[in-house]
Design a protein around this ligand. Structure first.
Ligand code: TEU
Ligand code: CA
Length: 560
């Protein structure tokens, strides 16, 4: 019999809700979401029942990458408000029994950060070694690495005739973590936020803070640049640095941490999120999201083929099984870098949207780990349509379009936009759909990015009081997690792994079994997992069931 094996922790029992402030709620009519907009909607989040908000970056930033390029870690982005607004939000969130987790972006800063402004001035500037500078090789870039946002990962700087590394945009120079002064600065800054009373950190690309010191060329996949990932992800000192961070900062506070671990393997995850707690609480992996994008791609990471359920299932089951007893996992479908789950893995046609959104929610929330909900996911918000590059706001899309369509003519505009409709990050960044008034109630001004035209059908106002809404289904899932330790701590066992339509598994704890089955297709399928005479149903997206059958997109969870 399986009994509790993990140490209990509040963040293992919590459900986390990600807010992307720019697109959440605009309180002053400038078209940009802001901190007061979040404060005004805490009642909504309390009603949903979430425990924690993960706040995408709100720090001072020139917004080359919507705040993931920070110019001052101890100040608030002008468009989002002031530190007083932040303090008020934090206090009010705590009064609503909601904790606040900050996004910690310390793989890189903005090129407008005071450290970088100094660093680029001269080779002997005291801040020079805060960043990664290399001499040209044969008059060119030090190696062939492609940045995550297209083009070379190296930027030549006239001032000193050297290149600096930027794994993301050229306005996001990478910090040099080998320099202990950098680590001191980062740990001081983290302590400053902890002292303010925040409840944790989501650490942006934390798996990338230690680079292979040889800086070798990478494999060329698109005919233009090389793949840097093997040399920047899970580098030689990353665990050492995180253990130091843990000793010096994290272990002193009752906070939660989640590392965004691009390129993480299961073996690496077991170290980052080890149950002894010497590094981080948990990590995000990308195998079921970015990892399933590669099938039949148009170019590099861009494609539009829908991943098949058995592929997704195999990945998720493998992570469930292998982390057991070794590390705590995180569960997510969506975030601000991913397309909308109902469009990607479900079916966003009007007749199936609600059913498939609920099915996917069931499938994820009944697994082992801490679940994350991305703003609008609880409404079944969908991908949008990009009719031209003018509709796009994300630097990743804009740069990729320039590289592959405009400059190198490797892909047609139609083909690229088709990829964007399927996987672009802006799908997640269209404004939150609050009601059916103009601009979905997001702003009284002109929104910084187009509102998804389906806001009249899909919005919070029409769902909060409708017992059959996606919103109330998520609310129920969250409540169930709070009431049923088996959902949090139960052992995961896969079921029906040969079935091409049904994703099924069970959880086990203290002699009880929780059986979960989800039909990922729009056809009825045979399923003999449930004996109608035994157990009690925790949740389903159908009111009535047919014996031996799962109806289209039907999901059931039964406690036996
Ligand atoms: O994302 C890291 C990352 O790997 C992303 O590039 C993501 O997987 C990719 O865009 C999907 O195609 C983090 C942040 O979440 C992202 O918003 C930032 O742009 C990036 O780091 C740089 O800070
Ligand atoms: Ca605003």
């Amino acid at each position: 019999m399986y009994t509790l094996s993990e140490k209990k922790a509040w963040w293992k029992e919590a459900v986390i809700y990600q807010v992307y402030p720019r697109s959440f709620a605009d309180s002053n009519g400038d078209g940009i979401g802001d901190i007061n907009g979040i404060t005004e909607h805490l009642d909504y989040l309390e009603k949903l029942g979430i425990d924690v908000i993960w706040l995408s970056p709100v720090y001072k930033s020139p917004n080359d990458d919507n705040g993931y390029d920070i110019s001052d870690y101890r100040d608030i982005m002008t468009e989002f408000g002031t530190m007083e607004d932040f303090d008020r939000m934090l206090k009010s969130a705590h009064e609503h029994h909601i904790r606040i987790v900050m996004d910690l972006v310390v793989n890189h800063t903005s090129d407008e950060h005071a450290w970088f402004v100094e660093s680029r001035k001269s080779k002997d500037n005291p801040y020079r070694d805060y960043y990664i500078w290399k001499e040209p090789k044969d008059g060119k870039e030090p190696n062939n690495w492609q940045s995550c946002f297209s083009g070379s990962a190296w930027q030549y700087d006239e001032e000193t005739g050297m290149y600096y590394l930027h794994c993301f945009s050229k306005k996001q120079p990478d910090l040099n973590w080998e320099n202990e002064k950098v680590r001191d600065e980062v740990f001081d800054m983290m302590t400053w936020w902890c002292e303010k009373g925040i409840d944790g950190f989501r650490m942006d690309v934390i798996s990338m803070i230690s680079k292979d010191p040889a800086y070798p060329d990478g494999e060329v996949r698109d005919g233009l640049y090389g793949d840097m990932n093997p040399f920047v992800c899970n580098g030689p000192h990353v665990h050492e640095y995180l253990q130091e961070m843990n000793r010096r900062v994290l272990s002193k506070y009752d906070i939660m941490t989640v590392g965004e671990a691009a390129g993480v393997t299961i073996d690496e995850a077991k170290k980052y999120a080890n149950l002894e707690g010497t590094e981080l609480g948990m990590v995000f992996h990308f195998e079921h999201t970015d990892g399933t994008k590669t099938a039949g791609n148009v170019i590099e990471k861009w494609g539009y083929e829908h991943p098949k359920m058995p592929v997704v299932r195999e990945i998720l089951n493998k992570w469930q099984i292998e982390l057991e007893g070794k590390a705590w996992g995180s569960l997510y479908w969506d975030n601000h870098d991913q397309p909308r789950v109902v469009s990607r893995f479900g079916n966003d046609a009007p007749e199936w949207r609600v059913l498939s959104a609920k099915m996917l929610a069931t499938c994820l929330h009944m697994m082992k780990g801490t679940p994350y909900i991305y703003q609008g996911e609880e409404l079944g918000m969908t991908n949008t349509h990009f009719s031209s590059i003018e509709d796009c706001r994300d630097i990743e899309e804009i740069n990729a379009y320039k590289q592959y369509v405009t400059d190198h003519k490797m892909v047609s505009s139609e083909e690229m936009l088709k990829c964007f409709d399927a996987v672009a990050r802006d799908n997640a960044r269209t404004p939150m759909q609050w009601d059916d008034s103009e601009n979905a109630g997001f702003t009284k001004g002109t929104p910084w990015i187009k509102v998804n035209p389906n806001y009249k059908e899909i919005n919070a106002a029409s769902q909060t009081d409708d017992p059959d809404s996606v919103f109330n289904y998520y609310k129920k899932l969250i409540k169930l997690r709070h009431e049923n330790p088996i959902m949090v701590y139960g052992l995961f066992k896969p079921l029906l792994t040969d079935n091409d339509a049904i994703y099924a598994y069970e959880r086990e704890l203290d002699g009880k079994r929780l059986v979960v089955a989800c039909n990922w297709t729009k056809e009825s399928r045979k399923c003999n997992l449930f004996d109608e005479t035994e157990g009690s149903e925790l949740i389903s997206n159908y009111d009535t069931h047919e014996k031996g059958i799962l109806k289209p997109y039907e999901a059931r969870a039964v406690l036996i």
